[in-house]
Design a protein. Structure first.
Lengths: 211, 83
């Protein structure tokens, strides 16, 4: 059985950006939309589609930008060699509520396609696939809390039994009351690597950094 | 017609979340899809909803969509003829 490692990770939680190289505190803002826009501008990228995404996708997008900052995934792996295993607790609830508000009045029934298209949490996987040219399969679980055991076992099984050579494990959750995201890049551990192996305990520990 | 065109530009920027665009910077004659604004299929659906919601016009024949939504000018012409 091949061993895998958590090569790098990025967490956005409680106004902080936490990576394997350090911690950065974002200026706090009451408005989440402005908060995300601020981070986007901080990244100095030009990706107009960002503005069309819902908040859940924006959070996933921004976290992935930091995960892969200066490190282009396809340089090391083929586009079909990277898979994604994501989960969250609140599905696409924030956008679902928005969509519902647009269709609940029979006398003013005008659903917005640009809102409706985000009423599935797995859409964030599509957005990341487009942005980072990832053509592997992906899966999205909904669970009460981050299940490090499931993420670890599922990913190890994928990487041991399929053509995939790397995986992004993700937890991206957004509701009005709070949000957090954590992305982990998983790849084969080299010989003699003992730190940061993909285990339930290591994944849990990294996930709970500044929780 | 020019007032309608100005109104349409503002409405489209808002409906399609074209964050960086100002109404003054939108070319009335430019193609909305492909080059020009580079809108996609979801944007096309939003324009159809906008047409019905703001102007009370339903697009009955989908085949005419390409012609109606070619540019801001063609949208304004269509609205003027069908209101």
């Amino acid at each position: 059985m091949t061993l895998f490692k958590i090569s790098r990770f990025t967490i956005i939680r409680k106004g902080k950006l936490i990576t394997d190289t350090g911690i950065f505190e974002f200026p706090s803002m009451d408005d989440d939309a402005k908060f995300f826009k601020n981070i986007y501008k901080e990244l100095e990228i030009d990706y107009p589609k960002f503005y069309k995404m819902d908040r859940l996708c924006k959070l996933a997008f921004l976290t992935a930008e930091y995960l892969f900052k200066d490190k282009c995934v396809p340089e090391k792996y083929g586009h079909e060699e990277v898979t994604m295993v994501f989960s969250n607790s609140n599905s696409s609830l924030h956008t679902d509520i928005k969509h519902n508000s647009l269709i609940c009045d029979k006398d003013s029934y005008y659903p917005k396609p640009a809102v409706f298209v985000y009423t599935l949490p797995s859409i964030m996987l599509g957005e990341l696939s487009i942005r980072h040219t990832l053509r592997g399969e992906n899966i999205f679980f909904v669970s009460e809390k981050f299940d490090a055991g499931l993420m670890c076992d599922y990913t190890a099984d994928l990487l041991n039994t399929t053509r995939y050579k790397a995986c992004i494990i993700g937890w991206v959750d957004y509701i009005e009351e709070g949000f957090e995201s954590a992305l982990f890049f998983i790849e084969k551990a080299g010989h003699g690597v003992t730190d940061d192996l993909l285990t339930k305990e290591n994944l849990d520990r990294k996930f709970n950094t500044f929780a | 017609m020019e007032d309608l065109i100005a109104k349409l530009k503002v409405e489209i920027i808002e409906a399609l979340n074209l964050e960086k665009l100002e109404a003054d910077g939108v070319d009335t004659e430019a193609s909305l899809f492909n080059e020009g604004l580079g809108l996609d299929s979801i944007d096309a659906l939003e324009l159809i909803v906008l047409m019905e919601k703001e102007y009370g016009i339903k697009i009955e024949d989908p085949k005419k969509g390409k012609e109606i939504f070619y540019s801001i000018r063609s949208m304004a012409d269509f609205i003027t003829k069908n209101q």
